[in-house]
Design a protein around this ligand. Structure first.
Ligand code: ADP
Ligand code: MG
Length: 575
């Protein structure tokens, strides 16, 4: 890939992140200190500082350190009831310009990591951002030297990161985003392959920062310190984060338990409840209608938040992604799709290994070959190999080996049918693999029109890469032996049918054929028997001998038919 990559950017209220698709995989980029998250802070002191450096000197220069500027972007004066500790007019900058500084920093982080210039980006904004706020964000990107290819809604980005673009039509998702300063709840629905935001609600003054202040107060009280001491405030945030993993954490001489924090956090968290109910009612859905609830924002790392969400929605939230990185990851995926560099990944939605069933003689019969793009549907008709069989056991197999026993069994179904002569049953077997990798096996007895079905989840598509590689390596390694075994088995089935038929014909025609003819057929039959009995499994020899026996008995077959015809005519008095 030499074409210029497109960046995916989460321009957050508290933290911002940048990512790119590299060799088909979305990755987030780290700065020179190894940090993937840049505080959304700009300080206008003697020198202009952005990110962690700006935050570090905030205590010294609070009036010249701009944080949470996202609360002001695209708004007219007085439109926000949030009062910052700085005055942008005094600093002589606009929210767009401050945001542009953050974006410039992210662009520089990306260029350093990628060792190349970049000039295109996808930037995320809250779902509730109006046109003016979106346009201002785009303007900030342009000011930072970026062509903004798309402004993407944060919950949509999060859903992409969680891989929910594979949801089927009309499935619904709730995105619960609790960050540093804001809370957002959105309900999305999949429509024609894209997410539609059905409803969004939230509180722009509710986030992890509030909890830091409440905890700082608790700590200050116990230690007799002023509560708005910046050291206590920063200590409180650090204690809070540690308590997401540990049962207790200390600040100075004070030990704070997770239970202490949860007591403080409860009422704060309760404030998100009404917004969630509101969003669901606006979207016209009940909690039970939601197919997934996903968590976004650093504050959702708290066990109490996860528990609260599970109770509120009556469903365990999906925690498969890093909540504070999900939006950036989704923006990156969108950027990758736009630049075409994710096409490779999308192509991975294929069957990693062939799917088939075992047929007579223990052979693998492939129905959906490996590397077929999903969804896929294919089928075949099978018959009974033995007379008076009354059921067929269908073993569903996955793998590249010729013999059923060397492949993996995914499941089995028993298909009953009315007993009859060999070859009289007609059983259609259909495999349909949907976009989620769920394999549905349908077996239909065409005589009675009875269907037997089996659903196999996950395994058809979800196979660990190493196991796929091993299976393919073995199929190559054993290709020769495998192919020999298949030809052998096919020839053996034919020989085992032919030999008794030949014996029967000789017995019936004994007197009417010459001694030499009988001798020749006997020799060919003996040869076939000899190869069949040998342990060599010489497939070519068996195939050739069976063919010779077949040829040699052609005259016998003709004579048998002639004789049958004469007998029939005689019975009816016609000759
Ligand atoms: P934003 O969307 O506002 O930019 P983030 O998603 O980055 O914010 O979330 C930042 C918030 O997450 C901060 O309040 C921070 O303290 C909190 N946070 C980060 N990690 C943890 C953690 N492990 N436990 C609890 N809170 C955390
Ligand atoms: Mg956020």
């Amino acid at each position: 890939m030499n074409s210029e990559p497109i960046l995916g950017i989460d321009l957050g209220t508290t933290n911002s992140l940048v990512g790119v698709v590299d060799s088909g995989f979305p990755i987030l980029l780290a700065d020179e200190n190894g940090d993937r998250s840049t505080p959304s802070a700009v300080s206008y002191g003697d020198t202009l500082l952005v990110g962690a450096a700006a935050l570090r000197q905030r205590a010294l220069n609070p009036a010249r350190t701009v944080t949470s500027v996202k609360r002001l972007i695209g708004r007219r004066g007085g439109e926000s009831d949030w009062k910052p500790r700085y005055d942008l007019k005094e600093l002589g900058v606009t929210p767009v310009e401050v945001s542009a500084e953050i974006l410039k920093r992210l662009k520089a982080i990306a260029e350093r990591a990628l060792e190349q210039k970049v000039s295109r980006a996808v930037i995320t904004v809250p779902a509730f951002f109006n046109d003016a706020q979106r346009a201002a964000t785009k303007k900030a990107g342009e000011l930072a030297g970026l062509t903004v290819e798309r402004i993407l809604s944060e919950p949509t980005a999060a859903a992409l990161a969680y891989g929910l673009d594979k949801l089927t039509e009309h499935q619904k998702v709730a995105v619960y985003d609790l960050g540093g300063g804001t809370f957002d709840i959105s309900v999305l629905e999949m429509r024609e392959g894209v997410f539609q935001v059905l409803a969004t609600a939230g509180d722009t003054q509710l986030g992890g920062d509030d909890l830091d202040r409440a905890l700082a107060e608790f700590i200050a009280q116990r230690l007799n310190l002023p509560p708005n001491d910046i050291r206590v405030l920063e200590g409180a945030e650090s204690v809070k984060k540690r308590l997401s993993n540990d049962e207790s954490a200390s600040f100075d001489t004070l030990t704070i338990t997770r239970a202490d924090l949860e007591k403080i956090a409860r009422p704060w968290l309760e404030r998100t409840r009404a917004h969630c109910l509101r969003a669901m009612s606006d979207a016209g859905v009940k909690a039970a209608d939601l197919d997934e609830v996903i968590l976004v924002g650093g504050s959702t790392r708290m066990p109490l938040v996860r528990q609260f969400v599970a109770e509120l929605f009556g469903k365990e939230p999906n925690t498969s992604q890093n909540p504070d990185e999900a939006i950036a990851l989704g923006a990156t995926i969108q950027a990758g799709i736009l630049s075409g560099s994710l096409r490779q990944v999308l192509l991975l939605d294929v069957t990693p290994l062939s799917l088939g069933i075992e047929t007579f003689g223990g052979l693998m019969n492939i129905i959906i070959p490996r590397n077929t793009t999903i969804p896929a549907k294919a089928g075949e008709m099978f018959t009974n190999a033995v007379a008076n069989q009354d059921a067929m056991l269908i073993r569903i197999l996955q793998g590249e080996r010729e013999l059923a026993k060397d492949n993996w069994e995914l499941g089995r179904v028993d298909v009953p049918f009315p007993p009859g002569p060999k070859g009289s049953a007609r059983v259609g077997v259909q495999f349909s693999l949907d976009a989620d990798g769920i394999l549905n096996v349908l077996a239909r007895d065409t005589a009675t029109n009875t269907d037997t079905t089996l659903e196999i989840r996950g395994t058809a598509i979800d196979v660990a890469d190493e196991r796929v590689e091993q299976m393919i390596a073995e199929s190559v390694e054993f290709a020769f032996d495998d192919m020999n075994e298949r030809i052998w088995t096919e020839a053996r089935i034919k020989a085992e049918e032919l030999l008794p038929a030949v014996d029967a014909a000789l017995a019936q025609l004994g007197d009417s054929i010459s001694e030499s003819e009988t001798q020749e057929v006997r020799e060919h039959a003996a040869k076939v028997r000899q190869i069949l009995d040998s342990a060599d499994h010489d497939a070519r020899a068996l195939k050739a001998a069976t063919q010779q026996l077949d040829d040699a008995t052609q005259t016998l077959a003709v004579m048998l038919i002639d004789r049958a015809m004469e007998e029939s005519l005689a019975r009816r008095g016609l000759v």
